[in-house]
Design a protein around this ligand. Structure first.
Ligand SMILES: *Cc1c(COP(=O)(O)O)cnc(C)c1O
Length: 417
């Protein structure tokens, strides 16, 4: 008999030494340590017998529709929040400005806490419950934290979140409103991360840090599954994703490959990974072919400002397997993409959220992507998460007296009338 937990999971394979371990509450490889990121393995033959497009057509359009491809037990009680099932937009005006024949946006800002991270946290809280934890913890300055706080609230788990002292006040407030205990550490993100890991070990809390927890990337994978199902035979030439730790693009690549294996798409799109110019250790490793060298970070795209990424190997493996490319965008290019995406696509993304648009535009200029091709860009987070950065991309409001003649004067100066 197969265990009822994670019924289609066959084991956990180390991406470094290739050893497969039994499915269970593991984080990194017992043999390789923190470098040994584990990858969840499935029985795809068995999944193929149940997961057909006919079976999918009867299910709600959220990411639990792919539950056979997720490491969760058949009897898990799913959170009531609507995770995934995000819309895909055809944006011809933006395509023209970016210089590509056809372009689509997948708006991940539509998730419950307004970022892509909800796909991972929703799986994380279920794993915590399955393994019998009542407290879950992570270290983050931003989206992973607010997402964990929101999803924990939804399922009734206690969340304890470590933030560095410079964490922006709006993000700390988002954590507090969901009822998380917020520990503000006088130090850097790395200090908060280490303290969180130690607390998880000593106090028996579940560790949600997605760089090292193999189950979270499976949640991120569902964006790839969705892209494949939404496009089917019209899958674009490129899937463009912003890259910090590397879990998101690694997960999306895995999801696309699984859907190819299951026959939902007949070819693998190429992945374009986009880093910020001020935080590009994965791009440097991709170009040099050497192991990753941690870097310092300096970019407005805080959600991808990762100097010591933990999932770089998975990211590069997936990008290479898709015959993909990587590129970096500067802060100015990201701010420009923020305006373009909002004004020509109608989608307001945070800096890391629109970095893909900036990277795609640059990749076309450099000839990595051809103007005659097609691309879907994953907009990973909503712009209201980081209004300070958005302000850098825009002008001022008109401040006027409540007087019609004053209004007329201003509007005519702007040639609006
Ligand atoms: C986390 C995040 C990313 C990058 O994901 P990684 O797994 O760290 O590569 C991109 N955009 C946003 C908005 C994020 O929150």
């Amino acid at each position: 008999m197969k265990p009822t937990t994670a019924s289609f999971v066959t084991g956990l394979r180390c991406l470094l030494c290739n050893t497969t371990f039994e499915n269970g509450n593991l984080h990194t490889c017992p043999k390789c340590g923190v470098q040994g990121i584990l990858d969840v393995q499935y029985d795809y033959d068995a999944i193929g017998t149940v997961l057909s497009s006919a079976a999918l057509s009867g299910r709600p359009f959220d990411h639990w529709r792919y539950r056979e491809l997720l490491p969760i037990s058949r009897d898990a009680v799913l959170p009531h929040l609507a995770v995934g099932g995000t819309p895909l937009y055809n944006v011809p005006q933006l395509a023209a400005a970016v210089g590509i024949h056809k372009m689509f946006l997948k708006d991940e800002g539509r998730n419950p806490t307004s970022s892509f991270k909800d796909r991972a946290s929703s799986v994380g809280v279920l794993k915590a419950q399955e393994f019998g934890f009542n407290t879950i913890s992570c270290a983050s300055t931003g989206n992973a934290a607010s997402s964990l706080a929101g999803l924990s609230a939804a399922v009734g788990l206690r969340s304890i979140i470590f933030v560095p002292e410079r964490a922006p006040e709006p993000k700390v407030t988002q954590l507090l409103i969901f009822g998380a205990t917020v520990v503000r550490v006088k130090g850097t993100y790395e200090n908060a991360f280490e303290l969180c890991r130690e607390a998880c070990r000593k106090f028996g809390w579940y560790d949600r840090n997605s760089g090292t927890n193999p189950f979270l990337v499976e949640g991120k994978k569902t964006a790839g599954l969705e892209i494949a199902e939404q496009f089917g035979a019209t899958i674009p030439d490129w899937v463009v994703v912003s890259v910090g730790d590397g879990c998101t693009i690694g997960g999306i690549g895995k999801g696309l490959q699984e859907m190819r294996g299951l026959g939902f798409i007949d070819r693998m799109p190429r992945l374009l990974g986009v880093q910020a110019e001020g935080a590009r250790p994965i791009l440097d490793s991709f170009l040099s072919g050497k192991d990753l060298i941690p870097s310092s970070t300096n970019t407005i795209a805080d959600s991808i400002a990762v100097g010591t990424p933990r999932n770089w190997r998975r990211a590069i493996q997936q990008i290479k397997a898709s015959r993909g490319e990587m590129i970096a965008a500067s802060d100015d290019e990201i701010l420009d993409a923020m305006r373009l995406t909002a004004r020509l696509g109608g989608v307001f993304g945070e800096p890391a959220g629109v970095a893909g648009v900036a990277g795609l535009k640059k990749a076309i200029t450099q000839g990595l992507v051809k103007p005659g091709e097609s691309a879907v860009v994953v907009i990973t987070g909503n712009g209201l998460k980081d209004v300070q950065s958005a302000k850098l991309a825009v002008g001022q409001a008109l401040d006027i007296e409540p007087d019609f003649r004053v209004l007329e004067k201003h509007l005519s100066e702007l040639s609006l009338i």
